[in-house]
Write a protein that binds this ligand. Structure first.
Ligand code: RBF
Length: 377
């Protein structure tokens, strides 16, 4: 993929750490005020570069060429969930001669996302706008109302019943439970305070209602005494702030920390490494980032989902209006337990206990509803 244009700017506004949950309401506009940097770059996908072949030209004449655009709400670098999105879409487009994809980074100013997506829709160039995060369905719903022919494929978010929009979200109760379980097992073996940490980029319903409680639920399945110190960076890029929050948690007794803060994760891992704490990684395999410090990886197969659903769209079979939910038993959420760095970092006793949970979830013998209800078969 080729980078055509880069615009980067930043300012220093940061949000204060917040620990209470009761009164939290999800407002994208509020987040926008708190977001600091705006950046964007646009590049043509490999599919676009291939469009000169005669076979492709023939298909275009037949009206089969599809122009897709991936709108990244943030930046790709440092956020594996977006890297997987781009990779999956690109793969599907590469396999379909005549189709093209452009990737547009929306930057960190969330107030600009809707107008940027409106511009993409208004251009009339793209049959499908693809994006990913829990804030996108509401934003795209509003744009869809103004452009009735525009279609949207949205991951990691939920909206049902709009004939222009298809959504797929992951069972993050299961993902977070897996993270909390390994974190508690590792902390328990280390001894001392039964305290874990979670550093989030910002607060949002999936974080407050599913991920944070799922992490705590997994930890308490190991020992009821576990608690989670939850802190918020206020953006998805500030590694300095991530490091500061993690160091403070470690001073207050947190043994294992789960960072879900995009580029700020790097700061968390550095603080853990310096402070003798451990880290559990989320979304992708993170063992290689700091071997010995990263003791778990609870992953999403967003690359696979993006590939499959883009392909389905290109075949004319994506069921718009539908909202899907996929979890461990479906093969889209998992725990990486065969990485040599995991085996080296974690004792056999702990790995055996984690493996029992992972096996039950993979087989569907245990599933967790998003609200935390445990279903046993
Ligand atoms: N996750 C990231 O890794 N990077 C981001 O830039 C990012 N931006 C987000 C913006 C909003 C408004 C919301 C609601 C979530 C964002 N997430 C981001 C979190 C992401 O959707 C997902 O919850 C986490 O990656 C955990 O799977």
């Amino acid at each position: 993929m080729k980078k055509v244009e880069t615009v980067l700017s930043s300012s220093g506004a940061h949000r204060q750490v917040k620990r209470g949950f009761g009164s939290l309401v999800f407002r994208v506009a509020l987040f926008a005020l708190l977001s600091a940097a705006g950046s964007g770059y646009v590049f043509a996908g490999g599919g676009a570069e291939k469009s000169g072949s005669s076979q492709t030209a023939g298909q275009n004449l037949a009206g089969k060429g599809e122009s897709l655009v991936v709108f990244v709400p943030g930046v790709v670098s440092g956020s594996p969930i977006y890297e997987m999105l781009v990779a999956g879409v690109q793969k599907a487009v590469d396999e379909k001669p005549g189709s093209t994809v452009k990737v547009v980074e929306g930057g960190f100013n969330q107030a600009e996302w809707e107008s940027k997506i409106t511009s993409l829709a208004a251009s009339g160039v793209y049959q499908l706008i693809i994006s990913s995060n829990p804030a996108m369905p509401a934003i795209c719903q509003s744009v869809a109302a103004k452009f009735p022919k525009q279609k949207f494929l949205l991951f990691d978010g939920h909206l049902e019943g709009n004939p222009q929009i298809y959504t797929l979200r992951y069972n993050q109760r299961e993902q977070a439970y897996l993270a909390g379980y390994i974190a508690a097992l590792v902390a328990q073996q280390a001894g001392g305070a039964k305290k874990l940490g979670l550093v989030a980029g910002q607060e949002y319903p999936a974080m407050n209602d599913i991920i944070f409680p799922g992490y705590l639920q997994g930890a308490r399945a190991v020992d009821r005494a576990f608690s989670v110190d939850f802190r918020v960076v206020g953006n998805w890029y500030d590694a300095g702030k991530g490091s500061e929050l993690a160091a403070s948690m470690i001073r207050e007794g947190a043994k294992v920390i789960l960072p879900i803060a995009g580029g700020a994760n790097q700061g968390v891992i550095q603080a853990a490494s310096d402070g003798g704490a451990k880290v559990v990684w989320f979304d992708v395999n993170g063992y290689g980032i700091k071997p010995g410090v990263v003791v778990g990886s609870a992953i999403l197969k967003q690359d696979r989902a993006a590939y499959e659903k883009t392909r389905l769209y290109l075949e004319g079979k994506l069921p718009f209006g539908k909202a899907e939910l996929v979890g461990v038993a479906d093969g889209y959420v998992d725990f990486v337990d065969d990485d040599p760095a995991y085996i080296a970092a974690v004792s056999e006793t702990v790995r055996k206990q984690q493996a029992e949970l992972v096996t039950r979830l993979r087989k569907g013998a245990l599933t967790l509803r998003e609200d935390g209800t445990e279903v046993r078969k």
